[in-house]
Ligand binder design. Structure first.
Ligand code: HEC
Length: 424
């Protein structure tokens, strides 16, 4: 039989898969790639844990996987690879399509139940919490998310109480209430002048006063669901100075019921000697080469950023691009003195909801003399469904969600031979 199949050019595995079943073929894909968000307390709008959960909306599951809308991962993986990338393999997508086309067959129940599998993947996501954090920083007060069905953007001020400088080699963000915490960004202040931000709304005009105070770190960590931690490679850590205070900026989803949240940041201090300190290269509106950063009503402008040539060889660890609702595309790369391109990130369909810290698969060498370039396009027409203003208005820089930003934070260390092989 095998021989005949071989002669016909059909492999036995394809035949075996001709009628895929849920327990044998589909459940492992869903448990690994979907259950982390589509589970109790997860951000997904429904559960994907049992055969019934998946079969009930099988056409929908086929569609969102085929168009690569789920699992969410905005960056183009043909441009660069990341340690925290998400996505299904082409074979997996094809298998789901076949399973649905052939009637979503249940098949024989596997020995491990689907809920056990889902719980397993949930635990894996928080594996960093197996280690005891050295410093747990909780929001000072629980925040009540009202039942008004309107999203909330809030700033919180979290004192650290640090009496001396510390070297941090891993950072985790733990949302207090996964039902409503949509995404967050954590910044560091050392001026002691930010306490007045506590509880402030993202649309508050008073924000402009705080925005003028220079931050010690405009970006310590950015969190979206499924992106719970950053762990630096061995011997690499980020310095946090005594008298640092954290500023957490949280985006809460609309909720029909009253919810409370008290999110936490966990810091892990380096236990081994730190050879290299993580530095941040922050490029923003002031580096734009075609100013002013003014996005006129009914226009779709593109802005460019370009750095001076780097004065040393560096190894890039991660990149976080940032824009608000008018953002459409974002691309960043370096050009070396030899004219080679070092790809950082390409997002063709910017999604405000999935702002990730993209950690490169291996440390990314950028040689001395390279120039870092970025380009971002915006859509300030009424065709942009996310445009906060109808009719469209002129928009410029500001922290408010209704203003705009063009920012990019690159974590890096000075280069050491062999970095290209350091997996993150
Ligand atoms: C990182 C979290 C996350 C992961 C992983 C994830 N989802 Fe989702 N999913 C969401 C969120 C949040 C929504 C609702 C918002 C939206 O539609 O973007 C959603 C919506 C959906 C929808 C409804 C889409 C719509 O248009 O209303 C389907 C179907 C879905 N997910 C299936 C899946 C499948 C199948 C997988 C795995 C292959 C998966 N999701 C992985 C978070 C996730």
């Amino acid at each position: 039989m095998k021989k005949i199949l071989f002669m016909l050019g059909i492999s036995a595995s394809v035949l075996a898969q001709s009628k895929p079943t849920y327990y044998e073929h589909i459940q492992p894909i869903i448990a690994k790639n979907c259950a982390v968000c589509h589970c109790p307390g997860g951000v997904g709008p429904f559960h994907l844990l049992t055969y019934e959960d998946v079969a009930k909306r099988s056409k929908f599951v086929a569609k969102v996987t085929q168009i690569k809308y789920m699992p969410p991962f905005p960056a183009d993986k043909s441009f660069q690879h990341y340690a925290n990338e998400r996505g299904l393999k082409e074979e997996e997508i094809e298998l789901i399509q076949q399973w649905v086309a052939q009637g979503s067959v249940e098949g024989k129940m596997a020995r491990v139940s689907s809920s056990q599998l889902a719980v397993g993947s949930k635990d894996a996501r928080l594996s960093l919490t197996d280690k005891k954090p050295d410093l747990v920083l909780k929001m000072q007060n629980a925040f009540t998310v009202p039942n008004t069905g309107v999203e909330e953007f809030r700033y919180f001020h979290v004192p650290t109480g640090l009496k001396e400088d510390v070297m941090v080699d891993a950072i985790a963000f733990l949302p207090g209430n996964r039902k409503v915490v949509h995404h967050s960004r954590v910044m560091v202040d050392t001026t002691g002048r930010m306490a007045g931000l506590e509880g402030m709304q993202g649309t508050d005009p008073k924000l402009a006063e705080f925005q003028r105070i220079p931050m010690a770190d405009e970006f310590l960590y950015g969190w979206v669901p499924g992106n719970d931690k950053i762990q630096f490679p061995q011997g690499v850590a980020k310095k946090m100075s005594a008298n640092s205070n954290l500023i957490m900026y949280l985006h809460y989803s609309p909720s029909a019921t009253t919810q409370t949240d008290q999110s936490e940041i966990h810091l892990y201090f380096a236990k081994k000697p730190v050879e290299r300190e993580v530095k941040s290269l922050i490029l923003h509106e002031q580096h734009i080469t075609n100013p002013p950063f003014l996005i006129k009503a009914n226009e779709k402008p593109t802005f460019y950023i370009s750095t001076k040539p780097l004065t040393e060889d560096i190894s890039a660890i991660s990149i976080l691009p940032h824009m608000h609702f008018l953002g459409k595309t974002f691309k960043a790369f370096a050009i070396t003195p030899d004219g080679d391109l070092v790809p950082f990130i390409k997002i063709d369909n910017w999604d405000f909801n999935w702002q990730m810290t993209y950690q490169f698969e291996t440390l990314l060498r950028v040689p001395k003399g390279s120039v870092i370039l970025a380009e971002a396009s915006y859509d300030n027409t009424e065709e942009n469904p996310l445009n906060p203003f109808k009719p469209a208005r002129d928009v410029t820089f500001g922290w408010n969600t209704t203003s705009e930003m063009m920012e990019m934070v690159i974590y890096y260390v000075s280069y050491q031979p062999g970095d290209e092989k350091v997996k993150q």
